[in-house]
Design a protein around this ligand. Structure first.
Ligand SMILES: *Cc1c(COP(=O)(O)O)cnc(C)c1O
Length: 209
């Protein structure tokens, strides 16, 4: 187990007052899954908060989120990454990104397969990108009770990370994150090598009371 696992407090649907409470307790990394909600909250909260975009991002909203996100964890297509790169370059910014992998046994979750990711990383178009920094991978396990299945899915994501690390990013210190684990499965994720867990309901209480 790594010495430190970072916690992104997933504040979606929770009010600014709840975020402020966590902030006062020392929390600085917060995650939102909707661009407009992130922008509204950001304006009302301290400037040293690191905002992580963790939800599926439509390309037409990229230009809104690029100036404010410390990290976009939900990069789930080459097309989206190209748009992020283009918008970031317009404002002279380098945006930290995670590649979201599809690891679940569900039809609703977005993300790359290993083949798609390698095809992208091998392309000249990808190599020419100057305004995105790939910092690692992100994934969501199937929403299921079966701990063995969840474990297999997280193990698969950790293997994808290791393969990309050794084939593309061996020299790059900044490629180091495996963002996996939520309120219901973070212990399994940490056991499989998570460096960053995204915790919502365990911090803020259930969203659907
Ligand atoms: C909502 C959400 C979380 C946090 O979920 P909890 O079960 O409340 O901890 C983590 N990651 C993503 C991508 C989410 O959308």
């Amino acid at each position: 187990m790594p010495a430190t696992v970072k916690i992104v407090a997933v504040s979606k649907t929770n009010p600014v007052s709840a975020i402020m409470e966590a902030y006062s307790a020392g929390q600085r990394m917060f995650g939102e899954n909707r661009v407009h909600e992130l922008l509204q909250k950001k304006d009302l909260l301290p400037a040293d908060i690191e905002w992580h975009m963790i939800g599926h991002l439509q390309t037409n909203k990229v230009k809104l989120v690029v100036p404010v996100a410390a990290m976009i964890q939900s990069v789930d297509s080459f097309r989206l990454l190209k748009t992020i790169n283009a918008e970031a370059s317009k404002i002279n910014r380098t945006v930290n990104c995670l590649l979201q992998f599809f690891i679940a046994d569900e039809e609703t979750k977005y993300g790359f397969s290993m083949n798609e990711a390698e095809e992208m990383l091998d392309s000249d178009e990808f190599r020419a990108m100057q305004s995105v920094r790939i910092c690692g991978v992100m994934g969501m396990a199937t929403f299921i009770e079966d701990a063995e299945q969840i474990k297999r899915e997280f193990r698969h994501l950790a293997e994808c990370y290791k393969r990309l690390k050794s084939n593309y990013y061996a020299e790059e210190e900044s490629f180091r994150e495996i963002s996996m684990g939520m309120s219901g499965d973070y212990e399994i994720a940490i056991g499989e090598g998570s460096t960053m867990v995204r915790i919502g309901s365990l911090i803020f209480g259930s969203r659907n009371k």
